[in-house]
Each structure stands twice: as structure tokens, then as C-alpha cells.
Design a protein around this ligand. Sequence first.
Ligand SMILES: *[C@@H]1O[C@H](CO)[C@@H](O)[C@H](O)[C@H]1NC(C)=O
Ligand SMILES: *[C@@H]1O[C@H](CO)[C@@H](O)[C@H](O)[C@H]1NC(C)=O
Ligand SMILES: *[C@@H]1O[C@H](CO)[C@@H](O)[C@H](O)[C@H]1NC(C)=O
Ligand SMILES: *[C@@H]1O[C@H](CO)[C@@H](O)[C@H](O)[C@H]1NC(C)=O
Ligand SMILES: CC(=O)N[C@H]1CO[C@H](CO)[C@@H](O)[C@@H]1O
Ligand SMILES: [Cu+2]
Length: 590
Amino acid sequence: MVSANTMVRKLLGFLAVMVVIRGRLSEALPVCLPVTKADIQRVSQFLTMYVDELPKIPTVFGYRVDEEGCFKPGYLTIGMFQKKWKFHRDLPDTTVFAFGTSAQTATIPGPTIEAIHGVPTYVTWQNHLPPNHILPWDPTLPTAIPKNGGVPTVVHLHGGLHPSRFDGHPDAWFTANFTETGPTWTQQTDVYPNAHHPGNLWYHDHAKGLTRINLLAGLTGPYVIRDPDQDAKLNLPSGSEFDRHLVIADKQFYDDGSLYMNCTGNVPYVHPQWHPEYYGDAITVNGKAWPYLQVQRRKYRFRIINTSNARYLDLSLTNGLSFSVVGSDGSYLPSPVVTQSIVLSPSEIADVVIDFSTTTASESLMNNAARYPYPNGAQPDQYNGRVMKFIIQSSYFDPPDESQIPSNLVTYTPATTATASVLRYITMYDYQTASNDTTHLYINGKKFTDPVTEMPKTGSTEVWEVINLTSEDHPLHLHLATLRAMEVQCLVDATTFTNCMKSKNDAVACNIAGQATGRTISIPEYEKTWKNTVKIPPGCKATVIVKFNLVDKNDAPYPFDATGSPGYVYHCHILDHEDNVMIRPMMMVA
Ligand SMILES: *[C@@H]1O[C@H](CO)[C@@H](O)[C@H](O)[C@H]1NC(C)=O
Ligand SMILES: *[C@@H]1O[C@H](CO)[C@@H](O)[C@H](O)[C@H]1NC(C)=O
Ligand SMILES: *[C@@H]1O[C@H](CO)[C@@H](O)[C@H](O)[C@H]1NC(C)=O
Ligand SMILES: *[C@@H]1O[C@H](CO)[C@@H](O)[C@H](O)[C@H]1NC(C)=O
Ligand SMILES: CC(=O)N[C@H]1CO[C@H](CO)[C@@H](O)[C@@H]1O
Ligand SMILES: [Cu+2]
């Protein structure tokens, strides 16, 4: 595996560091090794599938139990470390950035933080990263650039309901030892009230202009809010053996094991390094490429999180197994939805039960059929079309499987536009060169730094009509809010509408009511609940109900003050888009 190529790369990497040391960071461009797409693909194709066991993600507890058995707030210190990680038996060690309570215990993905609904968790996120990034970043994007080097990071709890100073605002970044901090940074410790109803969240870096590379480097981890009474009542498969996370991410590697990201941009004279989408040929689950898991012939709960930069997943199982979807993102469904396949955009979470006793087969593959870009791009191949393998033990289960898939799960506030106080039009734009190469993407034709235009009232419900003027699906994610797509209607004449919007940037003036009367796209049953991310299909308008209140408590207000600085953000969760710059500020008002 170690080739002349590797030697050249190491030498060039050394030269790149020299450039950084000699010049100002913003002038230093990475020196790229002349590799071809085929060279990079060969590295993944060389890896035998299903030879590494699916790792169990370590758990840390964001609460403690006192002498009387009561839940009390928990205090955690979690660092970000550069370390070596083995993504596959036959791949040399990879340098990554990983979350953990120490460099030794840091993992890809980071430890699962378990919290209790309503019991606060204090987390001091520490940056122990080196002076230089391991991936090509692009100084021409709006980016956190420290004066004295270091890798800026700031952690966002995706799906969390908390005051905005704990939200991981893109400008609240900090470098190692808090040596340098961004303009909206205020404190070292974030306090999560865990006000979100019990469900699935995840944490990840959110530093301005660096999110795509910091996540690719490994800075992601699961977070679960539990309610022991509700868990007992539902009696879904439980315990660390039968209730597991599958954190999926696609990656590319050089043959020396280092992470590959193209460092020549698609329009290099505009952005020297940036590409509109990162797609990897190797599909990793819990930090291993195409792992296997030995399972008993019984029910398992899997909380599947897609942490890819841009790849959508259309997951299915071979040998007649199906998914019983019990939740989507952070919420349960009212009742389980049995489906053969699930489409996940980046950042979406599917909470599923797989009952391995319903097949007589000895194994089942989890495969991916999502085109990339989704939904009109290339078909996945025999590499990125595979995810992992379940090896099903021949014996029945032991101990007996007393878990169930209850026919009724959890209901929340109904989704209706009737209580909405504000209607907003949110338009997604893609800016291209004459030869149709994307240079940047904006929401509402505005930069991140343009004055805030979304100022929702805390406690309120709004309707967002989200219009995609681009050629691909975008996963829309709002911080703080919970949301639900009600209907998707496509435009009858996308070209005319797009041309009008490009000159007027006003959906009403461009007759959105008359335009959005085309084909309707139905929302899958397994997404019909309160979510953190909704998919916006190309050429269509999605009607999204957005709640700035507690959907599990009949729209009660948040138990904290959501107003004030630095505010929140909403953005596309294709990370390459978010960084350039499909992200806008959002400020809550009383
Ligand atoms: C951070 O602090 C530690 C311990 O004091 C020190 O070893 C390390 O060099 C510091 N790193 C930076 C970037 O200042
Ligand atoms: C990197 O991107 C450039 C510009 O789009 C492209 O020409 C080149 O083929 C890419 N390299 C690889 C290895 O994919
Ligand atoms: C994961 O998300 C990425 C984008 O972030 C998407 O391209 C990919 O298809 C998703 N995969 C799954 C399995 O949902
Ligand atoms: C760019 O896209 C437009 C509209 O889809 C198409 O008509 C044109 O042929 C494309 N140009 C190139 C160079 O691909
Ligand atoms: C309004 C608009 O421009 N829609 C675009 C959305 O995406 C499709 C491709 O799927 C384009 O053809 C449309 O032009
Ligand atoms: Cu996008």
C-alpha cells in the first residue's frame, strides 16, 4: 500500500506546512498531490468489505444519580484531539480529529452523551487540536481565521433547545486552550437544559467556513435525551447490546490512509479549494468502513444518523428484512411505519427496529441506493452502494426477547397551519458560471453577514414556504425550532420563476401562488413527525410548519430565554453548501 505516491505526498505535505509557516495563513494554499479520481477510488476498492466488527460507541452520562435515586445535573469535559484511527483492517492508520474525555479514549464518532429530559448537562468542550488543519480549507470562503494559527472549532448540539449563547454559533469558535476566540464567543462551558422531548440528537463542530472539513476529520457524536418512564412504557429493545447507534459517513482516502479531500476547487479562480459536494467511496459506520455486526435472532433498535457531508442514503436490507421506523430525527412517530427503504439526507436520523427473527437467512446486507447528488445524480456502485452486513446467529435469542414494537408510540402537538402567526418565503439559490459550475449558494439571495431578516417570536408557530431554485435536494435545518414538512408542490415553469427571482428576489411578486401548482411530492409516512431537518426537493416549494415552542407540551414556551445575542442560524445541511454560504442568522424576539 505504501507507494512512491505516498512519499511524494508526505514531501508535499511538508512543503505545505512550510508555506503556512512562512506566509500568512490566508495566503497559504495547500500543495496538492497530482492524484486522479481513479487513484483515490482504488484505495476504497482495495478494502475487503465486512471484515471489521462494528464498534460499540462509548457512552458518557450527562447527569448523575444522588443517594435518593434522583437525577441531578451532570458535568462533562470533552476534548477534541488529533489522533490516529483505523478505519479498516487493510488501511494504514488515518490522522483524524476525534471527540473524547481524553486523547486515549477519543473515538470516531465521539462518545454518546446520554442525558435525562429536563435535567441539565454542563459540557466544557476543549480544543486540543494542532496548529494546522489536516484537510484543505479555503480561505476565500467566509471562514474563522485565527491570527496565530490553530484549528477553530465550536460545538453545536443538533436538535437541542437552549439559549443561543450555548448553541455553537459559527462565530463563537475557539482555538486550543481558548487561546483565540471568535467575535461571538462568551464562555467555556455550555449548559444544555435538555428541554427537547426524549429523542435523538447529535453534536458536531459548527465553526464558520470549516464545518465540512471538521466533520470530515471526525468531529461528530451522538446525544440521546431519555425519559426512563417513557422508555419503560414503550419497551422497545434496550440496553447497550440491543439499542445501538449506527453513525454513517462516506469518506475517501489516500493510499497512506490519510483522509482525501480534493484541494483544487471546481471553479479554482473563485474558490481555490471549495467543491460543491464531497462524496466518498468508502461508507463508514461507527468509524469502520463496511463493518459487520453479529446479531441474535431477535429485535434490535438502531438509531441511524447520517453524518455525511453531502451523500444521501436510501437504505434497505436484503433477505426480506424491513425497518419498523419508530422515530425520525428527535421525535417518535405516532405509530411504527414498516418500510423496505428509508431515505436520509445528511444530518437526518432514523430510529428503527429490525427484527432479525423474521428471516431464516444467516445474514443481511444493509445497502444504499441513493443517487448523488440526490435525487438526479449518479447511481451508487458496488462500493458506495453497500453499508454494512448483519451476521445473524443461528440460535434463537438468549435471553428471551421481551421487548416489543408497540402499536402506539408518542404523539405531540398536531401539525396545523391554523396557529401560525407568520408566513415566510425562503428561497435557495445556486450561483453558477457560464459553464454551469457552482461558485456559491445563498438563501434568499443573501450572505451570512447580511443583516438578520428572520426574527421569529419565541413561543410562536410559523409557516415557511421553502423554494428550491437549484438542481438538487437540500436538507433544511433550523437551530432551536422543530419543524415538519406538510406538503411539497413543484413549480410549473421553474425557468421563468427562477429568472424572475434572480431579478426581483421576491416570491410573491414572481407569482409563487400560481407557480407552485405542479406535481406534488408526498411526504413519506416515516417522516410525519416533528423534525430538525426537512428535505427540499429541487424545483419545488415545501410548506414547512416551524415551531419555536415545546411540541410535547402543547406549544408551551421554552423554559429559558431564547432571545438575545448571538442568536441562532438556519442552513442547508449539505456541509459544503453551508460553508459557502447557505446559512443565515436567526434572532428570536419576545
Ligand atoms: C495548551 O496548554 C497545554 C498545557 O498547558 C500546553 O501543553 C499546550 O502546548 C497548549 N497549547 C497551545 C496551542 O497553546
Ligand atoms: C479535483 O477537482 C478538479 C477540479 O474540479 C478536477 O479537475 C480533478 O479531477 C479533481 N481531482 C480528483 C482526484 O477527483
Ligand atoms: C447522509 O447524508 C449525506 C449528506 O449529508 C447524504 O448524501 C447521504 O445520502 C446520506 N446517507 C444516508 C444513508 O442517509
Ligand atoms: C447550462 O445549463 C443550462 C440550463 O440548464 C443549459 O441550457 C446549458 O446548455 C448548460 N450549459 C452548459 C455549458 O452545460
Ligand atoms: C425552480 C428551479 O430552478 N428548479 C430547479 C430545481 O431542480 C431541478 C432539477 O431537479 C431543475 O431542473 C430546476 O430548474
Ligand atoms: Cu444545500
